[in-house]
Design a protein around this ligand. Structure first.
Ligand code: NAX
Ligand code: K
Length: 566
């Protein structure tokens, strides 16, 4: 599991170490330089006499450091000094009136070059604040950066507030413009080394992201790798900022996060990895039978949209439940049975529900009793929701409260307050509609700009666990947030969400009692389902187009691997 800690928690953990004189910056910058040198060697890898690739030379490679006012710039300057000692040509671009004095001195001692960013006019008399550095205009600095093998973004770290300001902002905007015009596809020189664009390494975080909330308040230089110190930060996992972080590397610097019982209750954001999911998967034993393994009840699809019912049930059957029961109009049930004869088209006891995929929303603003109910599905969903909440007036097929996936049209049928074992699975547009219905002035772009904020708000307003679908799937439940980024971009295809509903329903059915008794566990189960969904998509057709049914077909293989590896 990757655990991301808030800025306040990182600073609190850092405090006693700094007070005791621990050399945190030395540790951080040495590790940073080591990772940068390794990346550069790989980027400069060449074809050997045997035809295989081998790492290229670090000596002679060029690094440009973008240096801001704080300790983030300090880390970068000290790392630059290490890179000079490894034979690299290092140029620091000072983008701030003040920079870390010790770091600057170290870089100079090592033999690194320093230029000071000045306005395009040439620097108003050229008086330098740094003794001797040459002035560099933004265009100079950009052309040096673009021609380098690696650029270290050390403008701002966890001390950032809001969008980058001043000369650093101008520099980054121009650099993004110029780099954006270059192809991301590697171009290789005659010796096989990569030539097309510099490798960008963000120091601790891409400068100017919302470190705690994952927002992008202004232009940010997209990194190929982020080397982060002590622990991951929420903005490295949460969209949209997560999209600027590239590959991750967490450098251990001795912070005792989570070790203090009086300290913060846990990380701000978590990301499950495959081994975590393998461990929590329910594997049947000889004493199990279909009813003990978990029965999922599905209400999905309408005569107009029968495909969703087929997709939900197909994915469910392939995720390994004891049984899947389907409730819906006869012609939809026939389509389901034609695709999956294992499905039982009758009501009965269930350990979890999956509701609403392929069912249109009820009209906004009312209970919806007067509007046409497509195939009677709204009535079935209402009954199941009451049943799942443990409402004594509800249907009695589950015999008690049970965890429930609330998807698509079922989101419009929710009661005002839900139990946390309801998992709402909106995409950004559906979340905006749900929030508008509860008095929030937010539209789809607003949700996309601040998905964590709005998923949290939906959790507060409804009480339910909220799984917000997207290229990074966010799950917000009681006291827990997960951000899963397991799916390839090819998964953005019609029906993919229905497959997730089926997988999640079966995961919940397999842990039904725990989900109700320990509401905090529901978010983890939902994140696990998102991970399986993403891995199944990757497995369905690595690197190419994926159909939703192919994702469902890939689920058994993924589960098998996860369980085998635990
Ligand atoms: N927390 C830790 O455990 C460690 C932190 N280290 C480094 O220290 C960094 C934090 O250092 P600082 O607290 O000095 O913070 P930063 O290096 O992020 O710099 C913050 C300063 O930048 C300016 N600033 C803030 N927002 C700005 C904006 N939008 N535009 C322009 N200027 C802005 C302000 O003057 C502020 O004081 C970390 O990110 C990391 O790189 C490391 O040295 C190792 C240990
Ligand atoms: K940075």
């Amino acid at each position: 599991m990757i655990e991301a800690w808030s800025v306040a928690d990182v600073r609190a953990a850092e405090h006693p170490l700094l007070a005791a004189g621990d050399p945190l910056m030395e540790r951080a910058s040495f590790a940073l330089a080591t990772i940068v040198a390794r990346d550069v060697a790989r980027r400069r890898s060449v074809v050997g006499p045997d035809g295989g690739r081998r790492d290229g030379r670090v000596t002679g490679a060029r690094a440009v450091l973008l240096v801001g006012p704080g300790n983030n710039g300090g880390d970068t300057l000290f790392a630059g000094a290490h890179l000079v000692r490894r034979g690299m040509g290092v140029l620091a671009v000072l983008a701030s009136e003040h920079v870390h004095g010790g770091g600057l001195a170290a870089l100079r001692r090592a033999g690194g070059r320093v230029v000071e960013l000045v306005p395009e006019s040439g620097g108003e008399g050229g008086a330098s604040r740094w003794g001797d550095p040459d002035p560099a205009t933004v265009e100079d600095a950009v052309s040096r950066a673009v021609g380098a093998d690696v650029v270290l973004d050390g403008l701002l770290g966890i001390g950032a507030s809001g969008a980058l300001r001043g000369p650093a902002a101008v520099l980054v905007r121009r650099l993004v413009e110029v780099l954006g015009a270059r192809t991301d596809r590697d171009e290789r020189g005659g010796d096989g080394s990569v030539r097309s664009r510099p490798w960008v390494v963000a120091v601790d975080v891409p400068s100017g992201i919302g470190v705690d909330d994952g927002t992008l308040p202004g232009t940010v230089l997209r990194a190929d790798r982020t080397v982060t110190f002590g622990a991951a930060k929420p903005g490295l996992l949460v969209p949209p900022a997560a999209g600027a972080a590239g590959h991750g590397a967490v450098v251990e610097i001795g912070l005792a996060l989570g070790a203090d019982p009086a300290g913060p209750p846990g990380p701000a954001v978590r990301r499950l990895e495959a081994r975590d999911v393998g461990r929590l998967w329910t594997v049947p034993g000889p004493e199990d039978q279909k009813y003990t393994r978990g029965v999922l009840g599905v209400v999905a699809g309408t005569p107009t949209f029968p495909g969703a019912a087929v997709l939900v049930t197909s994915a469910a059957v392939r995720t390994g439940p004891g049984m899947v029961r389907y409730q819906g109009p006869d012609d939809v049930a026939r389509a389901v049975l034609a695709a999956r004869p294992e499905v039982v088209p009758a009501s009965g006891r269930v350990q979890a529900w999956a509701l609403g995929s392929g069912v249109p929303a009820a009209a906004a603003g009312g209970a919806g009793h007067d509007e046409p109910d497509p195939g009677g599905q709204h009535a079935r969903i209402r009954a199941a929701l009451a049943d799942a909440a443990g409402d004594p007036g509800g249907a009695t097929s589950s015999g008690g409260p049970v965890p429930t996936v609330v998807d698509a049209g079922a989101l419009s049928l929710l009661p005002d307050r839900c139990p946390p074992w309801f998992v709402l699975t909106p995409h950004a547009g559906e979340l905006a509609t749900l929030l508008q219905g509860r008095g929030e002035a937010v539209d789809r772009p607003g949700v996309e700009a601040e998905p964590l904020r709005w998923a949290r708000r939906a959790h507060e307003l409804t009480g339910a666990t909220v799984l917000l679908k997207g290229s990074v799937t966010l799950v917000v439940g009681p006291a827990r947030v997960y951000a899963q980024a397991d799916a390839p971009a090819w998964l953005a295809t019609a029906g993919a969400g229905d497959v997730l509903t089926g997988i999640l329903g079966v995961v919940l059915a397999g842990h039904a009692a725990r989900a109700v008794a320990e509401p905090g566990s529901v978010a983890e189960l939902a994140a696990a389902a998102a991970l399986v969904h993403g891995l199944a998509a990757e497995r369905a057709n690595p690197g190419g187009p994926i159909s939703a049914l192919d994702v469902a077909a890939a689920v058994p293989g993924v589960v098998c691997e996860l369980v085998a590896a635990r």
